[in-house]
Design a protein around this ligand. Structure first.
Ligand code: SAM
Ligand code: SF4
Length: 412
């Protein structure tokens, strides 16, 4: 039996990919002898798994570190040590700066080094001043993480199949924090899904920054597409439902669109960000699709699966966005009718091309556009919710939303 190392508390910020990473870190550390606790006050090891996508998300980490400093000092007075680690995208993007801004931190670890956590934590305990590991190692971290547990925590699970991004949208930090696009091999994913299914999982959401750009080793000369991967996973008898997120409109292949009409286990829900309704802004964002491309894609998806629920991401106040261009965004929203959406004010991220653009939009203009947009989105969401009232529990469409809420992806 592994000797107990102490209590572990992990706080997760940001997207579902971070939720998955936190789970895998927790599992790796459980194998190393840590027991999870739900408060930092009695934790020997605290990990903040962070998000750098918008300024607000990154700043939350520093205010959390301020709180942890007080907890660490109080624990020291009682004779207990606390190791504090910052993981995730803020760790990757800010590296050494975290140690200077928050000396309470003992370890800064990027998303590609989680399989080395046990060793890094022991080293951090021995070295004053903190240590950093934000390499992008050649090696596949997933190969070195322990197998998934034998008993599932929930009937729904996330499974990361693809990481990183080569698209370089001008507003986005992901290509810098998560590195180049990488797809896990089909065999590795099917094995992990099979193990989750054996443990009691019935619904899996495949994750990737650009999940539909998936092109993993299939064991044959050609890599497998996401559609092929989904078909392979649908063969696992215990799995009843499959989902995937997040998709880029450019990577919605005909095969994947068609799958929504013919793979019964694929749930009728798709998150498909469009970001902006003006072609000039889309080009400045380097999205590589136009408003008409997006609307045509939605038409094809609905032709394949009429009852599909669509959600999206939208940015308002991208540099240079005029009132007329913002109206193009509202037009797309009104034309598509989303079941749910995430909408954001443009947040300039250090090192991205859009942060250095001259014509930044005033904060109050961004706020008023966001308010106007959210009023329309809220109406559409309310209409969708109302349309679900009275659904029969056995109805296929209802089943799509029963295990994971379409709105927050939390288990209901
Ligand atoms: N890969 C997905 C795609 O291409 O649509 C998006 C993934 S990104 C992690 C999640 C969302 O955060 C984006 O769709 C975008 O709406 C938002 N986002 C990213 N960078 C942003 C920024 N600098 N300011 C505001 N919102 C941003
Ligand atoms: Fe970021 Fe998505 Fe664009 Fe990649 S495709 S750069 S993850 S917004």
């Amino acid at each position: 039996m592994t000797k107990a190392k102490g209590k572990l508390f992990i706080k997760t910020f940001g997207c579902q990919m971070n939720v998955y990473d936190s789970e895998r870190m927790g599992e790796a550390l459980a194998e190393a002898g840590y027991v999870t606790t739900d408060t930092p006050e009695n934790a020997d090891l605290v990990i903040l798994n962070t998000c750098h996508i918008r300024e607000k998300a990154a700043e939350k980490v520093y205010s959390e570190l301020g709180r942890l400093k007080q907890i660490k000092t109080a624990r020291e007075r009682q004779g207990h040590g606390t190791t504090i680690a910052v993981a995730g995208c803020v760790a990757q993007a800010e590296g050494r700066e975290i140690l200077s801004r928050a000396p309470v931190v003992d370890l800064v670890v990027g998303p590609q080094s989680y399989h080395r956590l046990g060793d890094l934590i022991s080293r951090a305990g021995q070295k004053r001043g903190g240590i950093i590991d934000i390499d992008f190692p050649e090696d596949d971290k997933f190969k070195h993480l322990p197998a998934r547990p034998k008993v599932a925590r929930s009937p729904s699970a996330f499974l990361t199949v693809q990481e990183g991004c080569d698209k370089f949208c001008t507003f986005c930090v992901v290509p810098y924090t998560r590195g180049v696009e990488y797809s896990r091999p089909v065999r590795e994913i099917v094995e992990e899904a099979g193990r989750l299914a054996q443990a009691g999982v019935r619904e899996i959401t495949l994750l990737g920054q650009n999940v539909n750009a998936y092109h993993g080793n299939s064991g044959r000369s050609e890599p497998a597409s996401l559609a092929q991967l989904l078909r392979a996973l649908a063969e696992i008898p215990e799995l009843e439902r499959l989902r995937y997120t997040t998709s880029h409109p450019r990577d919605m292949s005909d095969d994947l669109v068609a799958l929504h009409g013919n793979l019964e286990k694929l749930m009728p829900y798709l998150h498909l960000p469009f970001q902006a309704g003006s072609d000039r802004i889309l080009a400045a964002m380097n999205r590589k699709h136009t408003r008409d491309d997006y609307l045509e894609l939605v038409r094809r998806i609905r032709a394949a699966r009429a009852d599909i629920a669509l959600s999206t991401d939208i940015i308002v106040g991208f540099p240079g966005e005029t009132d007329e261009e913002f109206i193009r965004t509202l037009e797309v929203v009104k034309s598509v009718q989303f079941s749910q959406a995430y909408s954001f004010k443009f947040s300039p991220r250090p090192g991205t091309p859009a942060a250095a653009m001259d014509d930044q939009v005033l904060e109050e203009v961004k706020s008023s556009r966001l308010q106007e947009l959210q009023a329309v989105l809220n109406e559409q969401q309310a209409a969708f919710n109302a349309s679900c009232v009275g659904w029969n529990l056995d109805d296929v469409s209802y089943k799509a939303f029963r295990a994971i809420c379409v709105h927050c992806l939390k288990v209901r």
